[in-house]
Write a protein that binds this ligand. Structure first.
Ligand SMILES: Nc1ncnc2c1ncn2[C@@H]1O[C@H](COP(=O)(O)OP(=O)(O)OP(=O)(O)O)[C@@H](O)[C@H]1O
Ligand SMILES: [Mg+2]
Length: 330
């Protein structure tokens, strides 16, 4: 920071090679006892978009807060953009654009004022700050609301201001906690597009999400966390094949019992099928799709079958398998 070289960005320049985000045996225990992070080892390379996927309470926000220096770890190390989060907090903060899980922009300022303020906090001169704020308003389609108080915005619009603030000035590292939660489908597409644009710009992105589709669509790699631990990591394709699952899908003709066919599918696959009555489709995951398919073909009336096949699992199947809660103990 404070470097006088012309054209140098106001963001801290990275001084080392290797992963942009690196944690080792990172732990966080909250007062009161919950071990929200129970030993996280993660490496995120420069220019990578990484999704952190996990159910409620998995530890996603805690990791985001540790990586952005809002919360000190209990033990272990975390380095962001070459800087240790504990000993080099200022440098870390000067490397990262962040949007928390809940909107953090000031309701008593307008959208433009908020972004302008953030640009100035980032050390931009007045003109550059103004330009950066206006550029972000345009990028997130907020121009029409630019001069209204944020407190009058809808939740989704407020969320977009938050994201605009995180991305303002093109930080080298962007960390987003559930960036699209609460957005309508159109706004979600806008955000996806913006995140896609970051990839093209070589930005390193960590985003948390509970939407598997979002991870599938945006992320180069996905880290699945549960109970403060990493339970799987890889590309979405790798996760799908590592789960060792296939998906048996059956569509029934009108006039044949869905319930009876669903029971046959449950028997053949050993798992509870999803039934979509409207399109008369039954689907279930199983380790051995072809074997299950043969069983279903021998038990369900051929006339009843419009379509049957074995597919790759969806990321939902994988996620549910990886984070399955043991509800009842025998
Ligand atoms: N300030 C706190 N004090 C005590 N426990 C906390 C605190 N914040 C979070 N926890 C606990 O730590 C665990 C991880 O919470 P965290 O908010 O990191 O999960 P998350 O994955 O972000 O969940 P969500 O999807 O609901 O946002 C949970 O068990 C939670 O109850
Ligand atoms: Mg959270």
């Amino acid at each position: 920071m404070g470097n006088s070289t012309l054209h140098r960005s106001w963001w801290t320049v990275r001084e080392s090679d290797g992963p942009v985000v690196r944690t080792r045996n990172l732990r966080k225990r909250y007062p009161g006892g919950t071990e929200a992070l129970a030993g996280i080892d993660v490496d995120i390379n420069a220019g990578e978009v990484r999704a952190l996927l996990g159910p409620n309470g998995a530890g996603k926000t805690t990791l985001v807060r540790v990586l952005t220096t809002l919360l000190p770890p209990t033990s272990g190390t975390a380095v962001v953009n070459g800087w240790d989060v504990v000993t080099k907090g200022d440098e870390v903060r000067a490397s990262v654009g962040v949007a928390g899980q809940y909107a953090a922009v000031d309701g008593l300022l307008t959208g433009l004022e908020n972004l302008h303020l953030i640009a100035k906090l980032r050390g931009m001169r007045r003109r550059a700050a103004r330009r950066a704020a206006e550029e972000m308003l345009a990028r997130f389609r907020l121009e029409l609301k630019a001069n209204q108080l944020v407190s009058t915005y809808s939740g989704g619009t407020r969320r977009r201001v938050d994201l605009a603030a995180a991305l303002l000035g093109n930080p080298p590292v962007v960390i987003l906690d559930e960036p699209t939660t609460g957005l309508d489908p159109e706004s979600r597409l806008d955000v996806w597009e913006s995140i896609g644009g970051l990839t093209a710009a070589g930005t390193t992105v960590l985003l948390t999400t509970q939407y598997l589709e979002e991870a599938d669509r945006l992320a180069d790699r996905v880290t699945v966390v549960d109970h403060g631990r990493i339970v799987a990591e890889g590309t979405t394709d790798e996760l799908k094949s590592a789960a060792g699952l296939t998906r048996l899908v059956l569509r029934l003709a009108d006039g044949h019992s869905l319930a009876a066919a669903a029971a046959a599918v449950a028997d053949a696959t050993g798992s509870a099928p999803e039934v979509e009555p409207r399109i008369r489709r039954i689907a279930a995951t199983t380790a051995d799709g072809p074997a299950a398919l043969a069983i279903v073909l021998s038990t369900v009336d051929k006339e009843a079958i419009v379509e049957i096949g074995v597919q790759r699992p969806t990321l939902d199947d994988v996620f549910l398998r990886l984070t399955a809660r043991q509800e009842v103990r025998a």
